[in-house]
Design a protein around this ligand. Structure first.
Ligand code: SAH
Length: 367
């Protein structure tokens, strides 16, 4: 990336914005105004921010900027889904997906370029990992979609490329802006973070945020989950589930969403459903069954729709809430697990595949 002396104001949440203006010797409320200009009004040119003193505008021109990565591709799918490809200053590309349905318009955003985890059924994993996104690169996806979506955005899910909790600080800052009344004003029920289950980060998240939590479960026992979601070797189910229960403790209306990709003959039997029911006893849970979206080179097959429905009925009979996620945007490779952007792999995933167990480290790299 070309080094720049300027601060990208898109990186700043309300607190950081106030601190930035105070450090310049100005009042904090100018920071709040700038947040509003950028996110509520879509203004990126300081000269158009007419309630700022002229001298302050001149200073900002010198030391700050608002960098919105350009959209290099906008791809509409037959079902109304839409994919945007954004190009970052270092040439990396990330994808975000707009998913309109009857009552919601949901934006699915990426948190990293590629992903350092190695879930066997996900095509983002195949691309390897390049880097974390800055807060501004995460919120830019919302900024762009807010302005380009044919319908007002109602929900944001951090379910695009990457493991959001491996990019903790940036994701939390971006989610703060999503929830801020001066910006997008989305409630805690309308911002959802999806994680493969990095237990200490789930605990940390609870201390600083109240967004909704989704966890990629995909298997009812450690042996199978070790295979499908290798981070399970580090944070097994007996640690993951208590952390999930704690996340929603104290609010009887809240539940953790558990995502479960339906893989034919792998995790979709009645016995798996039964084990799942036992596993989730005592955890306020709703199940989100995701028909597997195939990609070139995968050895997995999607469970037949009747199997998915039988599995779902089995869960429902036990009193577990369960819905099947509709496959959306698969004709433009925008469905779950199909986002690949354009990633220069720094983890040398191709060499590591199947030879070295993947262990997550706090810097998001693979150990
Ligand atoms: N890393 C985070 C965010 C990814 S969210 C996480 O693991 O939760 C995307 C969701 O789609 C996850 O539940 C992921 O497991 C699931 N997914 C990945 N590949 C898929 C595929 N090929 N078909 C269906 N779902 C998939």
């Amino acid at each position: 990336m070309t080094p720049t002396a300027k601060t990208n104001l898109l990186d700043l949440d309300r607190r950081a914005m106030e601190a930035f203006f105070q450090a310049l010797g100005h009042k904090a409320f100018h920071g709040r105004n700038v947040l509003k200009w950028i996110h509520k009004h879509g203004v990126t040119d300081f000269d158009a921010m007419t309630d700022l003193p002229k001298a302050l505008r001149a200073t900002l021109r010198e030391i700050a900027e608002v960098v919105v990565p350009p959209v290099v591709l906008e791809q509409p799918a037959a079902d109304g889904t839409r994919k945007w490809l954004l190009e970052l200053p270092d040439g990396q590309r990330i994808e975000s997906v707009l998913i309109p349905d009857a009552e919601r318009t949901t934006l699915c955003v990426s948190s990293q370029v590629g992903c350092a985890l190695d879930c066997s059924f996900c095509s983002t994993a195949r691309q390897g990992f390049n880097r974390n996104l800055a807060p501004g690169e995460i919120i830019a996806q919302v900024w762009v979609a807010w302005r380009r979506s044919p319908r007002p955005l109602t929900n944001v899910v951090l379910m695009g490329m990457g493991e959001p909790l491996a990019n903790f600080e940036s994701v939390v800052a971006a989610m703060d802006v999503m929830q801020d009344d001066l910006a997008y004003g989305l409630s805690k029920y309308r911002v959802t973070i999806s994680t493969s289950g990095i237990v200490p980060a789930i605990r940390r998240l609870r201390a600083v945020s109240d967004v909704s939590l989704a966890v990629s479960l995909h298997a009812p026992d450690n042996a199978l989950r070790d295979e499908l979601v290798p981070i399970n070797r580090k944070y097994p189910l007996e640690e993951l589930l208590p952390a999930c229960a704690e996340y929603v403790a104290g609010d009887r209306r809240r539940k953790v969403t558990f995502e479960y990709v339906m893989l034919d003959g792998v995790n979709d039997s009645d016995a798996h459903a039964k084990a799942l029911i036992r596993l989730l006893e005592g955890v306020p849970a709703k199940m989100n069954l995701i028909p597997f979206n195939p990609f070139p080179g995968t050895g997995y097959r999607t469970s037949p729709p009747e199997r998915v429905e039988q599995f779902r009925q089995r869960l429902l009979r036990s009193g577990l809430m369960a819905i099947t996620r509709k496959t959306r945007g698969d004709d433009i490779d925008a469905a779950c697990g199909q986002l690949v952007g354009r990633v220069r792999d720094r983890s040398r995933r191709q060499l590591q595949r199947q030879t070295v167990p993947v262990v997550w480290r706090p810097d998001g790299q693979v150990a």
